[in-house]
Write a protein that binds this ligand. Structure first.
Ligand SMILES: [Zn+2]
Ligand SMILES: [Zn+2]
Length: 278
């Protein structure tokens, strides 16, 4: 859920002592089946602030991936292994362009994003896994929001014995199509409407699956500390977004982070922040 900011950019090599002792894990992604056609992949060895949900929805005519994690380890092989037909068209929707949602975007051929995030997707702000350059003001923001203190690196394990954390960088992955409020993403036997949900970021979108009253809320709503006062964020926009989400007849919310929740918790989260900002 982290924002991009030029001041976070780091190009210096990391001190080896930072990562020489990190364990190597065989499976970088954890995969969970949510229903017959929906999976969520997470990155348990990424710091909780930067560990986002990656969803895969299998459709009759195409499959859909919602967000692509940090890009520390290749994502595409994990996704293709879950697909019945890896030759079928595969669509990636980036809900917004914070680093933890676009890391592996370049591994996908069809890339959707909102117009207000298109420049960042094409030319992402450089990022480092070394957290020593993160300013105190941001550390305080994360702590105040309720997150654990940052680690020296954003990861606590390596995806391969020869992985060099200092080699981490975001690759530009220009959108192949722009999506905005009201557009439909249609997989043949599953279709969802794009909702523009700004506040956490200007061009953030969610997906509303009418048939099952499921909201893919991205970073507009999840069951963890929401971030609303960093660069590019707007409490005024976020207020409108949460009022809108509160009025939706949701049964299930899949957020950009943390586990799924139902309508009662959805209202509770909306009410908490709306009262805080009032
Ligand atoms: Zn996020
Ligand atoms: Zn975010």
């Amino acid at each position: 859920m982290i924002f991009s900011a030029a001041c976070l950019a780091r190009t210096n090599a990391l001190g080896k002592h930072h990562f020489m002792e990190l364990p190597v894990v065989k499976h970088w992604y954890r995969t969970e089946s949510l229903d017959a056609r929906t999976f969520v992949l997470t990155e348990p060895h990424v710091h909780p602030i930067f560990s986002a949900n990656i969803f895969l929805i299998l459709g009759r005519d195409a499959d859909l991936v919602i967000d692509s994690g940090m890009g520390v380890a290749p994502l595409r092989p994990e996704i293709d292994a879950l697909r019945a037909d890896a030759e079928k068209p595969l669509i990636l929707l980036s809900t917004h362009t914070h680093v933890d949602h676009i890391g592996a975007a370049h591994e996908f051929d069809t890339r959707l994003v909102h117009p207000l995030e298109a420049d960042e997707l094409a030319n992402p702000t450089p990022y480092s896994l070394d957290t020593s350059g993160i300013p105190d003001a941001f550390r305080k923001l994360f702590l105040d929001a309720g997150y654990p203190p940052l680690w020296p690196l954003l990861i606590d394990a390596l995806p391969a014995p020869d992985y060099d954390p200092s080699s981490y960088h975001l690759k530009g992955a220009p959108a192949t199509k722009l999506v905005d409020e009201g557009d439909m993403i249609d997989l043949g036997d599953w279709a969802a409407e794009v909702l523009h949900l700004p506040g956490h970021s200007p061009g953030q979108v969610g997906l509303w699956h009418h048939e099952t009253a499921t909201l893919f809320g991205a970073d507009a709503i999840y069951d963890g500390p929401l971030l609303y006062d960093g660069p590019g964020m707007s409490v005024a926009d976020y207020t409108v977004t949460l009022e809108r989400i509160r009025a939706l007849p949701v049964k299930t919310v899949y957020g950009g982070h943390d586990p799924a929740f139902g309508p009662d918790r959805c209202r509770e989260i909306c009410d908490h922040y709306l009262a805080l900002w009032a």
